[in-house]
Design a binder for this molecule. Structure first.
Ligand code: ZN
Length: 339
């Protein structure tokens, strides 16, 4: 009961890349970079195991950014000529590569880090991929001319990689779709359908993570404009509840999401965000257990997985490590309280 897991990303060590940045520059290259990525993956697996988390991941140590890490292995994308584009409905500008011809995978995308992580932990292993709708919002289109058509093309590539990750021994494949909370109508109309294409044929656990973004200023400023109640999930969850995706990861603690919206996910596992990624204040086990207790009004205990609100990539290593421990300790307390 209350198996703990992370949304996905963790901070990169200072010897691997710049720190506390969303698009950090690598500090190594060639074989040294490969070795450094492996070392960083190993240290975060150890930190997650030391914290007694139940489902661990690679902390996304091998990708510069959660979307562009995937795009780097896609043919038809021009990475040499990035352009500035407003993303997440112009919430902030990003330097994005351009889609210039039909899309095809160059080969495996995440084989190294998935196989390496699998070889170094006996715990359940989760692996994250960007979702189709979020990808099309983080790349400039000079070829397809149609958001949905391009999302479906990416969904096929994601499916190819997801099946290979499953063969690598990954237990949970999660698609990250922060853009679902920005383009709710498109998410419900075809975003969920694209997700199901990405997850087609998988027999491992499938999940989607939908959040209000990393704890960066552009996001915290945006959240201030969203009013007293954040009801974005209300527009998306019914479509997700009808889908074949098994788990939904959502924001809860310190958000203004009405908790009853979790009730729209009947039949799904719910990864409840009990750790705030927009604050360096470490949650107490009591606060974590209280959040779990509130969620239990809407989520059956066998379907509740305590999780972080989002990835921890832009945080300091020290804070992230303490937050992992708070997550595990809070879940342990909740097992005593509500078991
Ligand atoms: Zn997130």
């Amino acid at each position: 009961m209350f198996e703990t897991t992370l949304a996905g990303s963790l901070p990169k060590p200072a010897w691997l890349s710049e720190t506390q940045k969303l698009w950090p520059q690598w500090k190594q290259s060639g074989d040294d970079l490969l070795a450094a990525k492996r070392d960083a993956t190993l240290l975060w697996i150890k930190a997650q195991e030391d914290a007694s988390l139940d489902i661990v991941g690679d902390g996304e140590q091998s990708r510069q950014h959660f979307v562009h890490g995937f795009l780097e292995q896609v043919e038809g994308i021009d990475f040499d000529n990035k352009v500035t584009m407003g993303i997440r409905n112009n919430r902030y500008d990003a330097q994005v590569p351009q889609v210039v011809s039909a899309l095809r995978l160059k080969g495996r995308v995440h084989a190294m880090e998935a196989q390496f992580a699998r070889a170094h932990t006996k715990k359940k292993l989760k692996f994250t991929l960007p979702g189709p709708l979020t990808i099309v919002d983080t790349v400039a289109d000079r070829f397809y001319g149609d958001k949905k058509a391009m999302a479906m093309a990416f969904a096929e590539l994601l499916n190819q990689e997801a099946l290979a990750l499953q063969a690598d021994g990954v237990d949970v494949i999660q698609f990250d779709e922060p853009a679902f909370n920005v383009y709710m109508a498109e998410a419900a109309e075809w975003g969920v359908q694209a997700l199901e294409i990405a997850a087609r044929g998988l027999t491992c656990t499938t999940a989607v993570h939908i959040c209000y973004g990393y704890g960066i200023k552009a996001n915290t400023d945006w959240k201030e404009t969203l009013g007293q109640e954040w009801r974005q999930y209300e527009a998306i969850f019914p479509a997700l509840a009808r889908s074949s995706i098994q788990q939904v990861s959502l924001e809860c603690y310190h958000s203004r999401v009405p908790p009853e919206l979790m009730g729209l996910l009947a039949g799904k596992d719910v990864l409840v965000g009990v750790i705030d990624v927009a604050s360096d204040v470490i949650e107490t086990p009591e606060q974590v257990a209280d959040t779990i207790g509130r969620a239990l009004q809407w989520v059956p205990k066998q379907r509740l997985f305590p999780c972080t609100n989002c990835g921890l990539a832009p945080m300091s290593r020290e804070v992230a490590e303490k937050k992992l421990q708070a997550l595990a300790q809070g879940a342990a307390l909740a097992r005593v309280r509500y078991g």
